[in-house]
Design a protein around this ligand. Structure first.
Ligand SMILES: *Cc1c(COP(=O)(O)O)cnc(C)c1O
Ligand SMILES: [Zn+2]
Length: 427
């Protein structure tokens, strides 16, 4: 068997494991990192190569993940399933910036990925390594977007997909994707944290490959958000990157990617990360505030279903990234998330609720003086506006219970009479 250039290493105890081992945790229970041979890459003109690939027609070069393959996973092309991912827009809306209290606030819209969320960046790597490992069945627990992404990539790769979702707590746009892409969808009586617990056990018993972000290869693909963002910025490092945190895989990934660029001397310093949690699902916020280990929220609750997670799997990896980058954690209420969403949406950009925690959190951190008005700040929008159409419509129609919608734009009922219609044009 051919050897591979990468290996796995335990985040907690440092134990090393083989690059082709099928495992998600160390024997000590710690989560795993993919470790690359970065020394072997030193001295290569990587950024120039990455920039040249942007103009290429090659299948891998066109992907905003595999374009960075030396730093993501140097896998034999024959195993790669790609849509392609990434190449997402970076939008700097004056309206959003001024809402946040900043002169400029470019937002990288990861909702523009093939299935409508950043999960595709991790999934292309997860499914490709599954093929490399000879897996034919894959599974995940999901608040919705992971299952939509996995279902699509598994279908393309000809694999059987099993989705574990909390019954009644997944937005319709996401559930419909899992069903339409042909995944066997198990709606579990329990929340995400219960689904996450059960899928790990079922995968172990059945020998199914687990594609949650506990899978270290998902993290490798999601690092490419940071790589592509810096590439968009001409490799200039911003002072801050702001993003939402749920299971904390994405913040872990972005911190790992930036740390590796720093380690290789490709960037002079790391941007500071600001991870934003929803108030009803903010165990990392409390752990950092109290300076102790994470205590799970037994009943996580927020309207932003993508970050409704009480027991985040990757919290240690995320914390490591926060320490390395001088980062912070903030939390915001559902009302703050939805008002920020109304601004993002009305600017013409549009994103799902969890994404807009980014903007609500940036605003709060600027107000508190943690982020300076004159600092360079970028945000990540994680999912597409149509993923959760019900929440957007409910906000504007005033039907969300407990939400006093500050920026609602309700529709107007009017007769089909020209004079009545003309009168209705003015607010
Ligand atoms: C998955 C997801 C998140 C949370 O990312 P984590 O890696 O779980 O912290 C945020 N927003 C959207 C739209 C998501 O799909
Ligand atoms: Zn260990």
């Amino acid at each position: 068997m051919v050897d591979v250039s990468w290996s796995l290493r335990c985040v907690d105890c440092g134990a090393a494991w083989g690059g082709l081992d099928v495992r998600y945790r160390c024997d000590c229970g710690g989560t795993l990192d993919v470790i690359h041979d970065l020394e072997a890459l030193k001295g290569l003109p990587l950024m120039q190569t990455f920039d040249e690939r942007r103009a290429s027609r090659d299948r891998l070069d066109r992907s905003g993940v595999w374009r960075f393959r030396e730093l993501v996973l140097p896998l034999d092309q024959a195993f790669v399933t790609t849509r392609p991912e990434g190449n997402t827009g970076l939008y700097d809306s004056p309206r959003v910036a001024s809402f946040a209290g900043l002169a400029s606030f470019p937002l990288k819209h990861e909702g523009e990925n093939p299935t409508g969320s950043f999960k595709d960046r991790g999934m292309t790597v997860g499914i490709s390594i599954a093929r490399r490992l000879g897996m034919t069945r894959v599974a995940c627990a999901s608040t919705g977007n992971t299952s939509a992404s996995m279902a699509a990539y598994a279908a393309m790769a000809g694999m059987e997909a099993f989705v574990f979702i909390p019954d009644g707590a997944v937005a319709a746009g996401k559930l419909s994707q899992a069903l339409a892409y042909g995944a066997r969808t198990l709606m579990i009586a329990g929340d995400f944290d219960v689904a996450m617990d059960r899928v790990q056990e079922v995968c172990r018993l059945e020998g199914i490959y687990l594609l949650n972000s506990i899978n270290p290869y998902r993290i490798e693909g999601q690092k490419a958000i940071a790589f592509e963002l810096l590439q968009d910025l001409g490799w200039q490092v911003p002072d801050w990157i702001v993003l939402p945190g749920g299971n904390l895989g994405n913040s872990s990934a972005i911190a790992k990617g930036l740390g590796e660029l720093r380690q290789m001397g490709l960037i002079p310093r790391m941007p500071r990360l600001a991870v934003i949690q929803a108030e009803g699902a903010s165990p990392l916020y409390e752990a950092v505030r109290d300076g102790c280990d994470l205590v799970p929220f037994p009943k996580a609750s927020t309207i932003a279903t993508a970050i409704r997670i009480g027991n985040p799997v990757s919290w240690r990896k995320c914390l490591r990234g926060l320490v390395a980058s001088g980062g912070v954690v903030e939390r915001v209420t559902d009302a703050e998330i939805l008002d920020a969403k109304a601004v993002v949406d009305a600017s013409g950009i549009g994103a799902e609720p969890a994404s807009c925690a980014t903007v609500a959190g940036a605003r709060k951190l600027v107000k508190a003086g943690v982020i300076g008005h004159d600092e360079t700040v970028c945000g990540i929008l994680t999912g597409h506006v149509l993923k959760d159409a019900d929440t957007a419509a409910g906000y504007h129609m005033g039907t969300l219970s407990g939400i006093d919608a500050q920026r609602a734009n309700p529709p107007v009922r009017v007769s089909a009479d020209i004079d009545a219609l003309r009168a209705a044009l003015s607010r």
